[in-house]
Design a protein around this ligand. Structure first.
Ligand SMILES: Cc1cc2nc3c(=O)[nH]c(=O)nc-3n(C[C@H](O)[C@H](O)[C@H](O)COP(=O)(O)O)c2cc1C
Length: 182
């Protein structure tokens, strides 16, 4: 089994994937790791929508056409099309939601903790992953209507067999980000 340090330091954001499908049990193992995250008042506020095959095609087509509409209206789509391309290539997309029952900021944190567990588990299983915040270039309501949910959108995730092995991105040192008080 991968050591925790190896997983934490070896994981990378992956933006190129092989076309191989991912067995559903592997996807379930990634989701299950998410469910072991800590959560505010143990509220387990995460929810997941897993897209593969046809459902993923329908979703990415919607994402692309909505980004195009925004672009035509001269609204910023940032690197949205780049992230769309990653989602199209990855065999598995996961939409991560926050049920946001209480409206607490800590519910947001619970879901982020679940996502991090999932990225690390994916890496430990030989999968690549990308956490995609570019979904927020679209108004959240478009996602809620498309998936018929009233949950809060948290992120998109792309999962698959990596087709690249990027170098680590630079990190600030502990001393750059910390103050120690005696
Ligand atoms: C909240 C969040 C949102 C992100 N959104 C995107 C995204 O939309 N598209 C993308 O290519 N990468 C996205 N990333 C990945 C970051 O760019 C990446 O984590 C960072 O550059 C560090 O690289 P590493 O993950 O390989 O260590 C996101 C990461 C986080 C945590």
């Amino acid at each position: 089994m991968l050591s925790l340090d190896h997983a934490i330091k070896g994981r990378r954001s992956i933006r190129r994937f092989k076309p191989d499908e991912i067995p559903v049990d592997t996807v379930r193992a990634v989701l299950e790791a998410g469910t072991w995250a800590p959560s505010a008042k143990n509220g387990q506020q995460w929810r997941f929508t897993v897209l593969t095959g046809e459902s993923k095609k329908r979703f990415t087509a919607m994402f692309g056409s909505e980004l195009t509409k925004l672009m035509k209206k001269k609204q910023s789509v940032g690197p949205g099309f780049g992230s769309l391309k990653v989602m199209e290539q990855a065999p598995v997309n996961i939409i991560v939601w926050n049920i946001n029952e209480k409206g607490w900021i800590t519910e947001v944190h619970s879901v982020a903790a679940a996502i991090q567990n999932m990225l690390l588990k994916a890496y430990s299983l030989g999968l690549g992953s990308l956490w995609i915040g570019d979904v927020f270039y679209l108004p959240e309501k478009i996602f809620q209507d498309f998936f018929e949910k009233d949950w809060q959108l948290s992120a998109g995730l792309a999962l698959g067999i990596p087709d690249e092995s990027p170098d680590p991105r630079p990190r600030m040192s502990v001393d750059q980000v910390t103050e120690f008080f005696p």
